[in-house]
Design a protein around this ligand. Structure first.
Ligand SMILES: *Cc1c(COP(=O)(O)O)cnc(C)c1O
Length: 224
């Protein structure tokens, strides 16, 4: 096992410093430890070091880990298929990756049945890469209007992923664009930044960064 506690503590210091360096309150940035593909012992180590927010991209894996450690806050960060929504509604603090009306409707239906209001972020594809999930920026208003009319889904912000291998300036351009969109629609939460670009994301206003590799080490199968 990598030294998860030390990795986490180093990272949280770096996140704080990145916030302070651009004049932000460090408390305004939440670190989400992305534990996808990693065993529950890894989660436990990070939790002992102080982590409370964890990110997963496979709904069944999220549900299984949540059942073991329900005191933690679980985040669905990856592409979510409609038929998997039932596994996580009521079990995750936040779904980061709403990218269609059909998905939002399914979340609303399942949340209603479970008697909860599910907080969500809308994933926006700023870069226009075809391989990437997320709606185009010009589709945001329409989707937001629809979600705002649903009783059991609460849109609290936006999420995006920058292009792997981009320069810091290219990442800043992507993240600033998301920040502008969020401001335009009065949305508070901005989930952006991963191991390689969380500093730029914080500079551009991220309220949540999703970091896996820097805490838990490289992943060796399947996950993206
Ligand atoms: C896997 C993943 C992350 C974490 O990536 P790292 O490079 O390991 O920090 C963040 N966000 C999403 C959507 C992911 O799928």
């Amino acid at each position: 096992m990598p030294d998860i506690k030390q990795n986490y503590l180093k990272l949280i210091e770096s996140v704080k410093k990145a916030a302070e360096d651009c004049g932000r309150d460090p408390k305004s940035v939440r670190l989400i430890a992305v534990s996808k593909t990693k065993p529950i012992e890894y989660v436990r180590e990070a939790a002992e070091a102080g982590a409370v927010d964890f990110g997963e991209n496979r709904p069944q894996e999220l549900a299984a880990k949540q059942a073991e450690m329900p005191e933690l806050r679980w985040h669905q960060i990856g592409t979510l298929q409609r038929n998997k929504v039932r596994h996580i509604v009521g079990k995750c603090a936040l779904i980061h990756s709403v990218d269609s009306l059909a998905l939002a409707l399914e979340i609303d239906k399942r949340a209603k049945a479970a008697g909860v209001v599910q907080d969500v972020l809308i994933q926006v594809n700023i870069t226009g890469e075809e391989t990437k999930s997320g709606i185009a920026p010009n589709e945001l208003k329409g989707l937001l209007d629809e979600i705002n009319s649903m009783e059991n889904v609460e849109p609290i912000g936006l999420m995006t992923i920058s292009i792997a291998g981009s320069t810091p300036d290219e990442n800043r351009a992507v993240f600033s664009e998301l920040k502008k969109l969020a401001d335009r629609f009065g949305l508070k939460e901005l989930s952006m930044g991963m191991t390689h670009d969380y500093v730029e994301a914080i500079e551009c206003g991220a309220t949540m960064v999703r970091v896996g590799t820097a805490i838990f080490g490289a992943r060796d199968y399947g996950a993206k």
